[in-house]
Design a protein around this ligand. Structure first.
Ligand SMILES: C[S@@+](CC[C@H](N)C(=O)[O-])C[C@H]1O[C@@H](n2cnc3c(N)ncnc32)[C@H](O)[C@@H]1O
Length: 224
């Protein structure tokens, strides 16, 4: 039989191990915030874990994709949101799913094919330079991606450019992501890029925020 002393010492060892793991994860998180980079394909298991607040249902709710619309997802990863959005856009709509990593997009394209979704177009590209004409999309969205982008202001300016006047931008952020962008920071950057803030759902540490590119009429009325 194990003595009390043995129990105490193995309890202490477990607590010390847990502390080291937590401290290591926190140090890695801080380092990553200082050196943002794309989430490697090897860590894709994180993208299938349950998401407490920023679920695809909430995204659909706030983005309201409609049949026939053209939408853009930036940093689509393996397609957690893309497949659900594409379903709502229907055959007459189209989802452009972008990512900087081909491995992510090949995974997404495979899943879209398995679901019989023919309206998803994948392209490898960098969010800093979007290969689209001005005023192309009804909606642009991204989730747990903005923090990985080196020049967030440039990327937001590109999103503004490719959205049609009146179009929506939705950004999702969550504390589990070491590169999370906090609500005030996002709001400041998005409004500097020209967007108007509409609303936020969730909680400050896990949320979707909706912005709008004003119509030209509204811009002109403000300027006059
Ligand atoms: C944490 S994952 C999130 C994937 C997906 N949005 C999701 O929630 O499942 C971030 C994704 O953004 C992509 N990414 C990072 N920087 C990017 C950039 N500059 N341009 C385009 N995609 C980028 C990464 O390759 C990765 O697939």
């Amino acid at each position: 039989m194990r003595s009390h002393a043995q129990h105490d010492s193995s309890g202490r060892r477990v607590r010390r191990l847990v502390l080291w793991v937590v401290a290591g994860a926190a140090a890695l998180g801080f380092w990553w915030r200082e050196h943002p980079s794309p989430c490697p394909y090897g860590l894709r298991v994180w993208l299938v874990l349950p998401r407490p607040v920023i679920t695809w249902r909430r995204l659909i709710d706030i983005l309201s994709p409609r049949e026939g619309e053209r939408m853009l997802e930036i940093g689509a990863g393996t397609g957690y949101y893309a497949l659900r959005v594409a379903e709502r856009l229907g055959k007459s709509g189209r989802l452009d799913a972008l990512d900087i990593q081909q491995s992510m997009l090949s995974h997404l394209a495979r899943r879209a094919h398995e679901r019989g979704l023919g309206n998803v177009v994948t392209s490898v590209c960098d969010a800093h330079t979007l290969p689209f004409e001005d005023d192309t999309f009804d909606g642009v969205y991204l989730s747990t991606v903005l923090g990985e982008i080196i020049d967030q202001d440039l990327a937001l300016a590109e999103m503004y450019r490719v959205l049609r006047p009146g179009g929506r931008l939705v950004d999702g952020e969550c504390l589990g992501d070491p590169l999370m962008v906090f609500p005030e920071n996002l709001c400041q950057r998005a409004t500097a890029a020209g967007f108007s803030f509409v609303r936020r759902v969730g909680v400050p540490l896990a949320y979707f925020a909706l912005f709008r590119k004003e119509t030209r009429d509204a811009d002109e009325a403000q300027g006059s």
